[in-house]
Design a protein around this ligand. Structure first.
Ligand SMILES: CCC[C@H](CC1(C(=O)N[C@H](Cc2ncc(-c3ccccc3)o2)C(=O)O)CCCC1)C(=O)O
Ligand SMILES: [Zn+2]
Length: 696
């Protein structure tokens, strides 16, 4: 007997469409599962990579377009604000009409861009202070440069917020490797410089100022040199993997004593700087205030960098970094200055449709209001209880698997079980967003104009930043959701020890209350396991069940954990990616994600087998001659069907802590004997690792 419901039929046809049954599943399961998908799906000109996730995200944007364009009588003010913001964003003719003036009018507020104005020294240079500029960009424009000042949860007390001083964590050219400006990076570097040159030139011509191209080229080169030096002064991601090294608590006053920063013989005053920011939210910060310095070495190195440059260079750099991100909301001439840079970096040859950019922008900025519109339109309540059951199953499997681990001693197992039981789950959306009063209050200080998109952007930048700064004197609200509902992703938060599954991801192929359970466990089931395992991976294991950063593993268990992790690190480092010029994966940088992937698939499979024990085998699917054990793995793999442009492959292998999708599938299945059993793969086949690694 066959399952012929709509969902079974739809799932079966999707699985058949995406796979390539001519490939031997024991040779390359990724090609077997996704061969059909890869043939049919080309990367859109607007994207640098394309996957199942992106197709779902595109579909989500269509839903958002619908709800944001619909006028509803007597709706909550917050929802109208979201629609007004969206309207201002898609109003292309008005944005075109306004040209560069919205940006030009606000440059004085960040002490102007020297290379795009005359007499900068007289008008701004004389009274210029580094603290003033960095502080203004931070508190009013949410831009962190040189000194990254932020208020975040205290790793050692997850109920409190504390001021952090960190290194600059963003670069114009994405990652520090690009600044060698040779080989695969030459094109991006050149395009980056050209982008800066073109933007400065456009502003000068808008201001009717003469243009000395030679002089401007020199300034552009100095700015990129400065940024390269800043990049080289930062700690590498590997150095920063260990929260213990990052956690340097000290008094604010100590920064002035131990961390001298000097520019053009001006000494950076850390207290003055802090006050410049916190005064804007009426919070006074004494010298004795405890702060966390995440990057002491960076600040020591930074001082040597500053010695090589002038205040003009720094000002050129900082305004450039702000302005380069603002052109996307401006007229065609301004957006065009970024085109070649975007193509060099990501390989895309055309911009995403404006309505898509706008739906995304509004969702990212008013995620509670948009989440409400999305949930009302597209989320079914039944999903919640089904998810609760699946999470319960997988949590149980995780805990019972702990007992089988030979490398973890009893004491650590007990603490791990406690932590696993304490993990809180967030499914779909928070009830708060369904309450008009809550929603209106959330956005009460925001008011948008349908005619001033650029100003709306500035208002959002300031609103978000002020909200973050104000947190310093309040306790952490553990009830608040940190993620919107219209999001196709899932998360684990170490500070909160919680797993989050927004409404957006609770849909096929991950999940459907009517599709076979084998597909749900292979889909969202693996994701659930992945998120739970994050609580015990390279970063997660440093936080206890209350999200407090402390070492709760015995040294012996931790040593063994490192040994087993090394097996995975070496295994993934062996993968070389032809699309990224044959670069090898960084098995250390992707370690946490690989531990989570390998754990997730195992836990989900075992939970599925227990489901079948309890409820019996499911009916076969029409037109596809595979057992549900096999369908479990097939659906898991198809979640990861995806492809990358070469430029994105280089970015992903450098920046993404996740392995490239094909290796997420191959790596985790080669380490999982149950896969080989389900497809009768013999030991010598490619899909069976000759050295099976297992952590959880
Ligand atoms: C903040 C981290 C959240 C993450 C969530 C999960 C994840 O991996 N999410 C996405 C998956 C993704 N999005 C786009 C693409 C993609 C697009 C084109 C080509 C290739 C890939 O792949 C990701 O962030 O990579 C873990 C398992 C599923 C959800 C985590 O917990 O590590
Ligand atoms: Zn992950």
């Amino acid at each position: 007997e066959i399952c012929t419901t709509a969902d079974c039929t739809q799932s079966a046809s999707r699985l058949i469409e995406n796979m390539d049954a001519t490939v031997d599943p024991c040779d390359n399961f990724y090609q077997y599962a996704c061969g059909g998908w890869l043939k049919k799906n080309i990367i859109p000109e607007t994207s640098s990579r394309h996957s199942t996730f992106d197709i779902l995200r595109d579909d989500l944007e269509v839903i958002l377009k619908g709800v944001l364009e619909k006028t509803v009588e007597r709706e909550a003010a917050a929802l109208t604000k979201a629609k007004t913001l969206y309207k201002s964003c898609i109003n292309e003719s008005l944005i075109e009409l306004r040209g560069g003036s919205p940006l030009l009018d606000m440059l004085p507020d960040i002490f102007e861009w020297p290379m795009a104005v005359d007499n900068w020294e007289d008008d701004y240079g004389k009274t210029w202070r580094l603290e003033d500029v960095i502080a203004r960009l931070n508190e009013k424009y949410g831009t962190q440069l040189l000194v990254n000042f932020f208020v975040g949860t205290d790793d050692r007390d997850s109920t409190s917020y504390i001021i952090h001083f960190d290194q600059q964590t963003t670069l114009g050219l994405l990652s520090r490797d690009y600044y060698v400006c040779e080989g695969p990076y030459a094109e991006a570097c050149r395009a980056y410089e050209q982008f800066m040159f073109d933007l400065a030139k456009l502003i000068r011509s808008d201001r009717r100022l003469d243009i000395n191209e030679t002089h401007m080229r020199e300034e552009v080169t100095r700015v990129v040199d400065l940024e390269r030096d800043i990049a080289n002064a930062t700690d590498t991601p590997e150095d920063r993997n260990n929260p213990v090294l990052l956690y340097n608590k000290m008094e604010l006053g100590e920064l002035n004593r131990n961390f001298t920063l000097e520019i053009d013989s001006q000494i950076f005053n850390w207290s003055y700087f802090t006050a410049k920011i916190m005064d804007t939210v009426n919070i006074s910060v004494p010298e004795s205030e405890k702060i966390i310095n995440y990057s002491p070495n960076y600040y020591r190195r930074l001082n040597f960098v500053l010695a090589k440059y002038t205040k003009r260079d720094l000002q050129n750099y900082m305004v450039w970094r702000f302005a380069m991100n603002m052109v996307v909301g401006m007229s065609r001439a301004y957006r065009d200055t970024r085109k070649a840079f975007r193509k060099a970096l990501s390989g895309t040859t055309s911009e995403v449709a404006v309505w898509r950019q706008c739906a995304l922008y509004v969702n990212n900025n008013l995620d509670k209001a948009v989440g409400r519109l999305y949930v009302q339109e597209a989320f079914s309540e039944k999903s919640k209880e089904l998810m609760e059951e699946m999470i319960k199953d997988i949590r149980e499997v995780f805990i019972s698997n702990l007992n089988d681990l030979t490398w973890m001693d009893e004491e650590t197992k007990k603490a791990a079980e406690e932590k696993a039981r304490a993990i809180r789950e967030r499914i779909g959306y928070s009830e708060d967003i369904m309450d008009d009063k809550y929603l209106n209050n959330e956005y009460k200080d925001l008011s948008y104009s349908a005619e001033e998109y650029f100003e709306n952007i500035l208002e959002n930048l300031e609103y978000v930043q002020k909200k973050r700064l104000r947190r310093l004197r309040v306790k952490v609200n553990k009830e608040e959701w940190l993620i919107g509902a219209a999001v196709i992703n899932a998360f684990y938060s170490a500070n909160f020890n919680e797993i989050v599954f927004p409404a957006g991801i609770l849909q096929p192929p991950f999940f459907s209350k009517d599709q076979p359970k084998s597909l749900n466990y292979g889909g969202i089931g693996m994701v659930i396991g992945h998120e739970i395992t994050h609580g015990f991976d390279y970063i997660g294991h440093r936080y206890d069940k209350d999200g407090i950063r402390k070492d709760w593993w015995t040294p012996d268990s931790y040593r063994k954990f490192l040994e087993l992790s090394k097996c995975l690190a070496d295994q993934y480092s062996n993968f070389s990616w032809d699309l990224a010029n044959g670069l090898h994966l960084n098995g250390n940088k992707t370690l946490g994600e690989n531990i989570a992937d390998n754990g997730g698939i195992r836990q989900a499979y075992q939970a599925y087998k227990k489901f079948v024990e309890r409820n019996g085998e499911e009916l076969p699917l029409p037109g596809i001659d595979l057992s549900h054990d096999q369908l479990f793995f097939l659906n898991f793999a198809q979640i990861w069907c995806g492809s990358y442009r070469p430029q994105q492959a280089v970015i992903s292998i450098k920046m993404d802590i996740h392995s490239p999708v094909m290796y997420r599938v191959l790596g985790s299945l080669q380490n999982f004997p149950e896969f080989a059993k389900a497809f009768n793969c013999n030991k010598s086949s490619n899909m069976v690792s000759d050295n099976i690694c297992r952590v959880f």
